[in-house]
Design a protein around this ligand. Structure first.
Ligand code: FES
Ligand code: FES
Length: 952
């Protein structure tokens, strides 16, 4: 049909398909700011204006657009830039994938309700989902943006109050650690290097960059939980105009590999093929359609006829071990580095770790808490779904452009899957719209790569939200049995922890997530004897994978909940109980590879959060009439990278006029790693962050790095940056010394200048750079290299207090306050660290209160969209309160530890304890629904509540 409308102020008359959506029209017409995060009108990412009113472009057909005006972010004008500045100054854009939709809605809010209060803002923007930020930083940016109308000159202050406070706090606390006021950019709210692009909606993500002529890859997926494919009829699919190929298991290499993005030797079993006739969960890939258009590919997928021979499905992890149904009976299954499993028993991994005599310790205890705790499978739910595209270059090599956390591991996976040399594969990572661990598993890349390799044409594979939720990976479901013994005075004597983990259909990360269950929960109470045993089992559901926290989240829920229950049973304050037992600096983390603990202010974090929430002067439970208000606490730890495993390499070159190019293999997935690493380099080189250009990641040119996982970016790669920058400083000094005919020791490097101590010789680095290019010791640029591995993984700590108000009659409860204090060593970027904490806490709150991957009796996932799987909106969470407790980790770059993962661990145990204090019901099965709060966990008899908890 022919329609006329105005697009970003320009009149357009065009023939369009009557059923085309405005979203798809915008994307086809290079308006790449318009993003898709769902197919169910539930995310707000696709928001544009129609006649200045915000609409979800995915729900508007082009027929409706006739006669109207459409504005996208590209045409939003000067107000957009003002709001973008507010966002950038808060670090609120994070991955940026949700930003364009939010910006369109905030500008509309500004027009309608310039005096909007918080409640109005939250309601107006309740449909704008964000998974990174936890909303608090966005709220700060929005408030400041709206406040400009109220300021006399209509200008926005240079920096937010919150940012200034955070900076002052960290600076004050880091005395003697970070550089003083001499231009240092450490412990400051430096704006992310990519902020402007992200907030302008520039085409910087994978699908924005895919060639226009890329073929579309779509998967035919199993409708059965467990079956053998006996026949695949592709004839009708191949007859669809535009279909280029339909590939079946007969067409793909038979190599088995793992999709877990881990360092070689990979720990996960080699149990996967690109396509296979033995399908192991609903959603498993059976065939692959490659077509000229999205429509043709979708049509053809429906026409591939698959015949199955059904097999019994194992859907309950409790019944998996030694079940008569063997999920991986293939002869070519093989072990990765972990060899403790036995596929004939559906066993992926098994082990026992002991420290001390736990049975004796429990026998001598006055009180023993013994309970089962269950943590659900949970979705990472990043806003950018899984996606990649691939092409064969002029040299016949395969290039894969992927939204991934692990480019170098994807290179290995693709080569292994296709059976081609790794030298034939190049992986490029553009901007990534969030990962949270999901993109540490290469669910998607092998398909675009295989299709491009076979067809010789560019091919792209973009998963829908439904595929990303039901056909990729989630947090491993776990059941943990805890026996925790203590003396009457609260001294914990022993902890016996058993975990059963559900790997699902494939063993990605199954062998490794489980280790953190014990390794990151038990060391907090390191003076107690402990045992940690586990089984990881295959079942016929979607595979588990990596998700922020990576097993620690599950273990911390179990152990911290047991500690809370112990306190209640003993009638002790749960904070005092912890202060009595917590690990101290200088002690050994027996359960974490016997690592010595250097920096640790866990107890100070706890004391500070007690102060912040008035813990000591309020009761754990207050009767408000129809409601009960109650508080609960938790304290957790994580690590900083993987000791004796993670590797980071960094190159820094000195370029024309003295700017630096920082080449990294580390993967910024929206957290700001590119900026943080540039800050670290700038600190060593004594220059502005703007003088450091961060370049990553292209596996052909970037130095090897294991990728973005295990909280390794700042700590591990940051350590390599320090080494590389120092190496370059030495070379700069050597260059000047050679020119001046002096010994190296006679030349000093100071903030962009080389000079002699007596000041007789002096040269700016800019001048040196320009001369070195032509007249250096060796012709060419000076460059430094740093390589970093680590024998330790120093833990960050977080203490948090949750406050809930529970309706006495319905059990419906609201999280009314959440305060947390974090010890992550030196904070490198105050804004980005704060947003990491806020975002991680809100993800943890979602896991505690509402999120739950569930299946029906046939193994079909019920929760495969944002309609059923409820991540928190800004209506569901308060602005969480965050503070940092400074410490200095001597093994970290400028004293830094990690922050990315530890922040997700406290909400479940803290909220469970608050609810228990309110209702007397200890909910040990997540999520904590109102029903469980009111009636108790259906699988548990309510534990008795100590009378001492009722009032204090
Ligand atoms: S893509 Fe339109 S609301 Fe999610
Ligand atoms: S910043 Fe909102 S989803 Fe990433």
């Amino acid at each position: 049909m022919k329609i006329s409308f105005t697009l970003n102020g320009r009149p357009v008359t065009e023939d369009v398909p009557a059923d085309q959506t405005l979203f798809s029209y915008c994307r086809e017409h290079a308006l790449k700011s318009v993003k898709c995060g769902c197919e169910t009108s539930s995310c707000g990412l696709c928001t544009v204006w129609m006649d200045d009113e915000p609409v979800l472009s995915c729900s508007v057909l082009m027929a409706r657009v006739d006669g109207h005006s459409v504005t996208t972010l590209e045409g939003a004008g000067a107000a957009r830039e003002e709001f973008a500045r507010c966002m950038a100054e808060e670090g609120a854009e994070q991955c940026g994938f949700c930003s364009p939709g939010l910006e369109m809605d905030v500008l509309a809010l500004d027009r309608k309700y310039p005096d909007a209060d918080d409640e109005t803002i939250r309601r107006f923007l309740s449909g704008n989902l964000c998974r990174c930020s936890g909303y608090a930083s966005q709220m700060r940016a929005i408030r400041r943006f709206l406040a400009r109308h109220k300021s006399p000159d209509g200008r926005i202050s240079a920096r937010s109050e919150a940012a200034a406070q955070a900076e002052a706090q960290v600076k004050a606390a880091s005395k003697g650690v970070t550089a003083e006021d001499r231009g240092s950019t450490l412990s400051r709210p430096v704006v992310k290097k990519d902020a402007e692009s992200l907030l302008a909606g520039r085409p910087v993500y994978t699908d924005d960059l895919a060639p226009e002529n890329a073929l579309v890859v779509k998967l035919v997926r199993s409708g059965q939980a467990h079956a053998l494919v006996t026949k695949i009829d592709t004839a009708r699919a191949l007859s669809v105009p535009g279909v280029v190929a339909v590939y079946t298991p007969d067409d793909v290499p038979s190599n088995r590999f793992t999709l877990a993005g881990q360092s070689f030797l990979e720990c996960s079993p080699y149990d996967t093929r690109i396509l296979e006739t033995h399908v192991r969960y609903v959603g498993d890939e059976v065939a692959m359609v490659v077509a000229e258009t999205e429509e043709a590919a979708s049509e053809a997928v429906k026409l591939v006829k698959v015949t199955y021979e059904k097999l019994p499905a194992v859907l309950d992890m409790e019944k998996a071990l030694d079940n008569a149904t063997v999920i991986h009976n293939e002869a070519d299954w093989s072990y990765g580095a972990d060899r403790t499993g036995d596929p004939a028993r559906n066993l992926v991994a098994h082990d026992v770790h002991e420290h001390g005599d736990v049975d004796a310790a429990l026998a001598e205890a006055d009180v023993v808490i013994e309970s089962d705790y269950h943590t659900q499978a949970a979705e990472q739910a990043m806003m950018e779904t899984m996606r990649s595209y691939a092409y064969v270059d002029a040299f016949g090599r395969l290039t894969v452009v992927a939204s991934t956390q692990v480019p170098f591991h994807i290179r290995r996976q693709v080569a292994n899957a296709l059976g081609i040399p790794k030298s034939q594969v190049r992986v490029i990572k553009p901007r990534v719209g969030g990962g949270f661990g999901a993109k540490q598993t290469g669910c998607n890349e092998v398909f675009s790569a295989f299709a491009a390799w076979k067809t010789g044409r560019p091919c792209k594979c973009v998963y829908t939200r439904m595929e990303t939720m039901s056909c990729s990976n989630s947090r491993h479901e776990m059941r943990m049995h805890v026996r925790l013994g203590a003396k009457k005075d609260g001294t914990i004597t022993g902890i016996d922890l058993y975990a059963l983990s559900n790997a699902g259909a494939y063993g990605y990360h199954g062998t490794t997530t489980i280790g953190l269950v014990g390794a990151k929960s038990l060391p907090l109470y390191n003076r107690a004897a402990s045992r940690f045993a586990y089984d990881v089992v295959y079942t016929n559901i979607m595979p588990g994978g990596a998700y922020r926290g990576y097993g620690a989240t599950q273990g911390c829920f179990a152990v911290e909940s047991a500690v809370n229950e112990l306190a209640d049973k003993l009638g002790m304050d749960p904070c005092e109980l912890r202060l009595k037992n917590l690990v101290k600096p200088g002690e050994t983390l027996w359960q974490l590879g016997e690592e010595p603990l250097r920096s640790c202010r866990a107890d100070d974090c706890l004391k500070r959060v007690m102060q912040l929430t008035g813990w000591s002067r309020r009761p754990l439970r207050e009767d408000l009439g129809d409601k009960v208000r109650a508080i609960g606490v938790a304290l957790t730890m994580q690590g900083s990278g993987i000791s004796n495993c993670d590797i980071a390499n960094v190159d820094i070159t000195l370029e024309d006029d003295g700017f630096y190019v920082l080449k990294i293999g580390a993967t910024d997935v929206g957290t700001g790693a590119d900026t943080i690493l540039a800050q670290i380099a700038a600190e060593v080189l004594g220059c502005d962050v703007d003088h450091v250009v961060t370049k990553g990641v292209d596996t052909d040119t970037s130095p090897f790095d294991t990728g973005a996982y295990a909280s390794s970016g700042t700590y591990t790669t940051g350590g390599a940056v320090v080494k590389a920058a120092r190496d370059l400083v030495e070379k700069i000094r050597a260059q000047a010394a050679a020119w001046w005919d002096l010994p190296l020791d006679a030349v000093e490097f100071d903030s962009g200048t080389v000079c002699t101590a007596d000041g007789k010789q002096r040269m700016s680095v800019a001048e040196l750079a320009n001369r070195a290019i032509g007249f250096g010791l060796q012709p060419g640029m000076l460059s430094g290299h740093g390589s970093n591995t680590q024998p330790q993984s120093p833990p960050p700590f977080i203490a948090a207090v949750a406050e809930v108000e529970v309706d006495k009659f319905t059990g419906k409860y609201e999280l009314t306050d959440y305060a947390a204090v974090v010890d992550c060593g030196t904070v490198i970027n105050t804004n980005l660290a704060r947003v990491q904490v806020e975002g991680g806490l809100v993800q943890g709150i979602g896991m505690a209160m509402s999120e739950d991957v569930s299946y029906d009796a046939r193994g079909r996932m019920r929760t495969d969209s944002f309609m059923q799987y409820k991540i928190p909106t800004r209506m569901d969470v308060p602005d969480v309160r965050v503070e940092f407790m400074p410490s200095y980790e001597p093994t970290g770059p400028f004293g830094a530890k990690s922050i990315g993962e530890v922040v997700i661990n406290t909400p479940s145990p803290a909220i469970a304890s608050a609810v228990a204090h309110a209702t007397g019901n200890y909910v040990r099965t997540l999520p904590i629904t109102p029903e469980k709060a009111l009636h108790g966990d259906p699988t548990e008899a309510p534990a008795p509540m100590s009378p001492s908890q009722a009032a204090k």
